[in-house]
Design a protein around this ligand. Structure first.
Ligand code: NAP
Length: 288
């Protein structure tokens, strides 16, 4: 089994590392060559100068870049991965992108005799580093079963949720849930601070009941300390909520809460917080 990994960002770098550490040889490509060199030094795999060269002779090609356009560049561009892939090889896109892109890539891959899965992830940088991501997958069952041993190396749970695009639709639902939970947490902490409650005591108590959440457990301390350098960036969240809102409009679904939180995140961006983590919604209430 040979694997290529394209996109060694916060997520891709450790994910590719888990595949290499599992004993499968990995060839990486990264737009900024220095990161690929660092990766090879740390994990001992190979690197290539283009996505197409990285994908050559590989059975599975994993991609984790930024958005729809970035995926197009590294997959179907002049030196894109599809060009280099052998017949029947599997392209797995871990980027959070649109369901329509996933369907487009499924059909492009099939017309070139290759297989495709859309497979966005959840679990953040820590999940990627610990090999404990959740992976939401769209595609056909045979392709999923063939790629699963590789995906297992960096995930604690992965599941096929239906045809191409369904992985991305599940990720959109995931982000819709997070948007509401984080805004609720920001409002509760602001309310408590204004009322003179002790934040630590409050969370110690209410996190044990029905109000508890991953965001509460993992972010309340940094929120109380007004620190926002701990995870998924506001810029990425706006991309994801944009994907969700576009799909909702197409499908006639109302999402008033997501519309509102998306607007709040745009205010955080305007105040310079595009790279802050998503819990920075609290700054709208606490900073001048
Ligand atoms: P990141 O750290 O910004 O890394 C992005 C990677 O994509 C880099 O390797 C970058 O190359 C490459 N890239 C971007 N545009 C490219 C292009 N046009 N051509 C070639 N390479 C390109 O991002 P990340 O945090 O790893 O996130 C990657 C994806 O996972 C995003 O879709 C994000 O929404 C999703 N995600 C992220 C998290 C998280 O907590 N970070 C969690 C779940 C899902 P360079 O090194 O040259 O810039």
């Amino acid at each position: 089994m040979r694997v290529a990994f394209i996109g060694l960002g916060v997520m891709g770098y450790p994910m590719a590392g888990h595949v290499q550490k599992s004993g499968t040889s990995v060839c990486v490509y990264n737009r900024t060559t220095k990161k690929a060199e660092e990766w090879c030094k740390e994990f001992g795999g190979e690197m290539a100068d283009t996505p197409s060269l990285a994908a050559k002779d590989c059975d599975v090609v994993l991609v984790c870049v930024g958005n729809d356009d970035d995926v197009r560049q590294v997959v179907t561009g002049a030196e894109g991965a599809l060009k280099g892939m052998k017949d029947n090889a599997i392209l797995v896109d871990h980027t959070t992108a649109s369901a329509s892109l996933a369907r487009e890539l499924q059909s492009e891959s099939a017309s070139q005799g290759k297989r495709f899965l859309d497979a966005p992830v959840s679990g953040g940088q820590a999940g990627a580093e610990n090999g404990a991501l959740t992976v939401m997958i769209g595609g056909n069952e045979e392709t999923y079963n063939a790629a699963k041993p590789i995906i297992d190396t960096y995930s604690k749970f992965n599941k096929l949720l239906g045809p191409a695009g369904n992985g991305q639709l599940a990720k959109a639902a995931n982000q819709i849930c997070i948007a509401g939970v984080v805004e609720g947490l920001a409002e509760a902490l602001h309310f408590a601070m204004k009322a003179g409650l002790n934040g630590e005591d409050l969370i110690e108590t209410i996190s044990k009941g029905a109000a508890g959440s991953w965001q509460m457990e993992n972010r309340y301390q940094t929120m109380l300390s007004d620190e926002y350098e701990f995870g998924f960036a506001v810029d990425w969240m706006r991309k994801d909520l944009g994907i969700a809102l576009k799909e909702a409009r197409r499908n006639g679904v109302e999402m008033p809460l997501v519309e509102m939180v998306d607007e709040f995140y745009s205010e955080v961006q305007k105040s310079g917080g595009g790279r802050w983590d998503t819990s920075s919604l609290l700054t709208r209430y606490t900073r001048e």
